[in-house]
Design a protein around this ligand. Structure first.
Ligand code: GDP
Ligand code: IMO
Ligand code: MG
Length: 430
């Protein structure tokens, strides 16, 4: 029996969705444990693209999917996603999608506040996705959040909305000079969501325990990436949740002993959307090449992703923080056609080489990457289905990553399609 956590090792968009979909074939349940619809997880199956923001990426494998208490849920987005799936011929029943009654709701005022703050801030703009994620987690921590449990209790929900909006409306009107929000409109809008979503709401930890006790396998789907983690990321240029593997336990409601493996998803180069330091960023034609060939546009906001070389300081930091047991390398095909490739093996900070990831952002911004150069390859590798199909230079690049990370590469992705993958060790088949 294996229960595996999938996390991003960089700044998100590593290709987690593709790998979760692939591994979900051998899992019984797939559960999201943090984040919200700031995530955009892309799956390509037989030429058809699906982007999931809230629904776990195991849905197309017809697995039971769960949204844990650690996720913040915008019910309108969830319903829209369910509708889009139905239109594509994939109907998701309440038995197939379970939503924790303890998951917090993203409310209309969260989105307004997120956007208003981003347009007011100049110097310290974060470049959020504008989906209300930060304000929703803030309310959770300050204990004025509203959960599915309250949503399903009409009287309690109305009381909570009216109470919370007293303070939010003061903030919107007095601080941002924005129109206030009528609580009765929100109550009416969310009453409709409650009606539709009620059958999906469940006690997720109890259901997960039953799954685990029956010897079935659970796949935990992380969103964002380790360096967007609220504690361990490039604060304040981070998201508002804990994105590391440890949070799979809190955010889904299982004990740590249940986890048997952690696969870190590593894009073969690095990307970042939004503001914040990025030591190996390429502001030249190589960066443009990666951006164009990798089609690096945000799956949620459509923003152009910043691109750079693979950074082992990030990868090794992620390996330690997540207790990674293996690596999946994605988008390796995108590197094809470059004469030489660079891997950042350390940072030079104040004249000294360091492999540590500094907490002080001014220090991090002052770091320059120390590179090792490897030969590139010209071949198109998207048809490779085994390591032996890869050119020698490609295998050397992978071997060097394994060496520098001290971890095995279990999966290599050479294209967006489910089948464009080399699996050297399936974590569910040990
Ligand atoms: P996630 O947020 O980590 O799930 O990643 P995204 O879906 O936001 O971004 C990854 C993008 O790369 C998506 O458009 C995927 O379809 C695509 N993708 C995933 N793996 C590969 C790969 O191996 N090669 C190529 N060319 N594209 C890939
Ligand atoms: P997936 O799961 C890439 C980034 C935003 C911004 C910062 C804070 O698809 O990898 P937020 O809206 O969360 O308050 O924004 O975090 N961000 C992501 N970047 N992939 C994601 O998710 C992201 N989710 C948030 O761009 O810089
Ligand atoms: Mg994404």
């Amino acid at each position: 029996m294996a229960n595996i956590v999938i996390i991003g090792t960089q700044w998100g968009d590593e290709g987690k969705g593709k790998i979760v979909d692939l591994l979900a074939e051998r899992a019984d349940v797939v559960v999201r444990f943090q984040g919200g619809n700031n995530a955009g997880h892309t799956l390509v199956i037989n030429g058809k693209q699906f982007v999931f923001h809230l629904i776990p990426s195991g849905t197309l494998q017809k697995k039971t999917c769960m949204i844990g208490n650690g996720v913040v849920v915008d019910p309108a987005v969830l319903l829209e996603e369910l509708e889009q799936l139905a239109d594509a011929g994939v109907s998701v029943s309440p038995e197939q999608l379970r939503i924790s009654d303890k998951a917090h709701l993203i409310m209309p005022y969260h989105k307004v506040i997120d956007l208003a703050r981003e347009s007011k801030k100049d110097a310290c703009k974060i470049g959020t996705t504008g989906r209300g994620i930060g304000p929703a987690y803030e309310d959770k921590a300050s204990r004025c959040g509203i959960r599915f449990a309250e949503l399903l209790d009409e009287t309690l929900f109305a009381e909570r909305v009216r109470g919370v909006l007293e303070e939010k409306n003061f903030y919107l009107e007095q601080y941002f000079s924005l129109p206030t929000i009528d609580p009765e409109d929100v109550i009416e809008e969310y009453r409709r969501y409650a009606e539709t979503l009620a059958p999906f709401v469940a006690d997720v930890p109890v259901e997960l325990e039953a799954v685990a006790a029956a010897g079935k396998q659970i796949l935990f789907e992380g969103a964002q990436g380790t360096h967007l983690d609220i504690d361990h990321g490039t604060y304040p240029y981070v998201t508002s949740s804990s994105t590391v593997a440890g949070n799979a336990c809190c955010g889904a409601g299982v004990g740590p002993k249940r986890i048997t493996g952690v696969i870190g998803i590593v894009k073969a180069y690095t990307t970042r959307v939004g503001m914040g330091p990025f030591p190996s960023e390429l502001l030249d034609e190589t960066g443009d090449y990666l951006q164009e060939k990798g089609a690096e546009f945000g799956a949620t906001t459509g923003r152009r992703r910043r691109c750079g070389w693979l950074d082992m300081v990030l990868l090794n930091n992620a390996a330690r923080l997540n207790g990674m047991t293996g690596v999946a390398i994605t988008k390796l095909d995108v590197l094809g056609g470059l004469e030489e490739l660079k891997i950042c093996t350390a940072y030079e900070c104040n004249g000294k080489h360091t492999a540590a990831f500094p907490a002080n952002l001014r220090m991090l911004e002052g770091c320059t990457p120390v590179y090792e150069t490897l030969p590139g390859w010209a071949e198109d590798i998207s048809g490779a289905r085994a390591l032996k199909d890869l050119p020698e230079a490609t295998r050397n690049y992978l071997n060097r990553i394994e060496e520098l990370a001290g971890l095995p590469i279990d999966i290599v992705s050479v294209g967006p399609e489910r089948g464009q993958t080399i699996v050297t060790r399936n974590p569910f088949e040990e």
